[in-house]
Design a protein around this ligand. Structure first.
Ligand code: SAM
Ligand code: SF4
Length: 332
């Protein structure tokens, strides 16, 4: 293990991207993530305070993290969330401070978030048809979410604004045309993400994944595409519509895993460090933090955990074990 220098894992990958889950709670119940009745929420005392998050983020940034994405659960349901954004925006060394949200509370919070210093926003929308959106998220909320998207879209400093849709067989096929229209007629960048085995209901099967290549062919049947060069550590394969009107991307963690250049680390709402979405083990930082550990001690724990980062996920292999936590409890 390296005792200093920017964080690297034991497989030689430099770790520069951190996803911070600010809450395990959510106001939606997306079928591919949470059960209809919700999950037992963490007690307030178990969740890292803003000061604790800011301290850990500042330390991780000193160790080489450059990009920080705030997620959850639904980050906008955490009380005073923009205050956390402001605290993190003040941490020197963050190149990119971004947010992933379901958009439901974005109309109300967009201006405040921009003022606080958020730089980029992804809004998760799986259907552009109200009844199907309701079916998938178990909330009749599409108009509200689209208003949130508009509210963030009007800020020219927040670019790109991405719209992410989970791709599920027998569902997303009927969304392709609508998402193409959105991508071609607005500045929003649309990305399809393959459904991963991280759903609390454990309904995932390999057959339920509508893979990126199948989706690309569905798009291509309507609009010819040209592939754009892939940036290092980028998760998406991005294509331009051949007539020059916008682009569309495919994130294919199941059919084309990008583990080989994975640069990510995750911090859960209760302060566990996770080195892979599919980790079966995690490293507690809250305990040492609350017991008064100094930065040196925390650094050692972090370096040790990062060094043991998994080489790859095993979703496509026999014997794959779905992690006990579902996506909302990990921080997607
Ligand atoms: N609540 C926020 C939202 O939905 O954007 C942030 C947290 S959510 C867990 C982060 C992202 O993970 C969302 O884009 C969501 O669609 C995605 N996601 C959740 N469960 C997934 C699954 N089983 N497979 C693929 N993506 C999933
Ligand atoms: Fe909530 Fe996001 Fe999970 Fe949907 S995907 S249930 S919005 S955490």
């Amino acid at each position: 293990m390296e005792a200093d220098g920017p964080l690297h894992d034991g497989h030689g990958r430099r770790i520069s991207d951190l996803r911070v889950s600010v809450t395990d709670r959510c106001n939606f119940r997306c079928q591919y993530c949470m059960p209809a009745e919700g999950l037992p929420w963490l007690d307030r005392a178990e969740i890292l305070s803003f000061e604790e998050i800011a301290r850990l983020v500042a330390l991780l940034v000193r160790l080489g993290i450059e990009d920080v994405r705030l997620t959850g659960g639904e980050p906008l349901v955490r009380r005073e969330f923009p205050a956390l954004v402001a605290m993190l925006a003040a941490v020197e060394g963050i190149h990119d401070l971004s947010l992933t949200t379901n958009g439901y509370l974005l109309e109300r919070q967009a201006d405040e978030l921009v003022e606080a210093g958020i730089q980029r926003v992804n809004v998760s929308i799986d259907s552009l048809q109200r009844d199907r959106f309701f079916q998938l998220t178990r909330r009749d909320a599409l108009p509200q979410v689209l208003r949130g998207l508009e509210a963030i879209g009007v800020h020219p400093g927040i670019r790109p604004v991405k719209v992410n849709a989970v791709a599920m067989r027998d569902f997303t096929e009927q969304e392709v045309e609508g998402f193409c229209t959105l991508a071609r007629s607005t500045a929003f960048q649309v990305r399809f993400i393959e459904f991963m085995p991280l759903d609390a209901d454990r309904a995932w099967t390999p057959e339920a994944v509508l893979n990126g290549e199948e989706l690309r062919q569905l798009v291509e049947a309507i609009h010819p595409l040209e592939e754009l060069p892939r940036e290092p550590s980028a998760t998406a394969r991005v294509f331009r519509f051949a007539d020059g009107r916008g682009e569309i991307g495919f994130i294919n963690p199941v059919s084309e895993p990008f583990c080989a250049d994975c640069n990510r680390l995750r911090l859960t709402a209760e302060g566990k460090l996770r080195t892979c979405l599919f980790s079966l083990n995690e490293t507690d930082l809250r305990g040492p933090l609350r017991a008064g550990a100094g930065d040196g001690e925390l650094e050692e724990i972090i370096r040790e955990a990062v060094w043991r980062k998994e080489l790859k996920h095993h979703v496509n292999e026999p014997g794959f074990r779905q992690p006990p936590r579902s996506m909302s409890a990990i921080g997607g």
